[in-house]
Design a binder for this molecule. Structure first.
Ligand code: PEP
Ligand code: MN
Length: 236
């Protein structure tokens, strides 16, 4: 994490994300390092002055995760875990809410309401691909969801082409498409040795690939007249 954080920080990443509690499809897959992982993540964030975001999978863990993380992620598999949404809604931490793999845009927005209605107004939505019949990509990247959400909601929305496509070769064009469609940010998985990654190695970009993409995203943002904000106020 320290090695990777140094590289992505140099490339201009302004949030660092890593999973300590992993909601894996199989109960036999690596489940994350738990609190030990949270402590490491905090150390990395402090060392590189990058706020950290990590997933919380259980309402009983919200308080613990909020002690270490600057932002709480609710993953696709938990998008409609209403007890979890209510609990993160009571937290003071901003929330990254990922679209469920079979969720409609309306479902996503209603889940955001669960958080907002508890008094937590800092919610960032994330389009991360939905299930489709085509196995050529891991999920179907619904880029239209970005402007569609923006017609309905004031909430920021980012795209996650890593989980949406599952293919490093498709991540850069889909990240650019997301930005061009109006996304407020991108969520990209990076590993300097994907073969040994505990999770999602095959979809990780190498630090050099991430660096190249970050440069292209900056150029596109300039072309689109977008300002690259250092950080939202709540995280600064
Ligand atoms: C993740 O962000 O690593 C993750 C598990 O994503 P999702 O919840 O979108 O599958
Ligand atoms: Mn992942």
């Amino acid at each position: 994490m320290f090695r990777i954080a140094e590289r992505v920080c140099q490339s201009g990443a302004n949030l660092f994300r890593g999973g300590a509690f992993k909601p894996r499809t199989s109960p036999y897959a690596f489940q994350g390092m738990g609190e030990e992982g949270l402590a490491l993540l905090r150390e990395v964030g402090d060392k590189f002055s990058m706020p950290v975001v990590t997933e919380v999978t259980d309402p009983r863990l919200v308080e613990l995760v909020a002690q270490y993380a600057d932002m709480l992620q609710v993953g696709a598999r938990n998008m409609q875990n209403f007890a979890l949404l209510t609990e993160v809604g009571k937290s003071k931490r901003p929330v990254l809410l990922k679209r469920g793999m079979s969720a409609t845009i309306n479902d996503l927005l209603m889940c955001a309401e669960y958080i907002l209605s508890q008094g937590n107004s800092s919610v960032v939505l994330c389009e991360r691909g939905i299930k489709s019949f085509d196995s050529a990509t891991r999920n179907l990247f619904d880029v239209a969801a970005v402007p569609a959400v923006q017609t309905l909601s004031h909430l920021p929305i980012i795209v996650d082409p890593s989980h949406a496509t599952g293919r490093p070769d498709l991540i850069p064009p889909c990240a650019m498409a997301g930005l061009a469609a109006g996304a407020d940010g991108v969520h990209i998985e990076v590993h300097d040795c994907p073969e040994v990654a505990k999770s999602d190695g095959p979809q990780a970009l190498l630090p050099d690939q991430y660096d190249e993409l970050a440069g292209q995203l900056k150029d596109l943002a300039t072309l689109l007249g977008k300002t690259i904000s250092p950080l939202p106020e709540t995280l600064a």
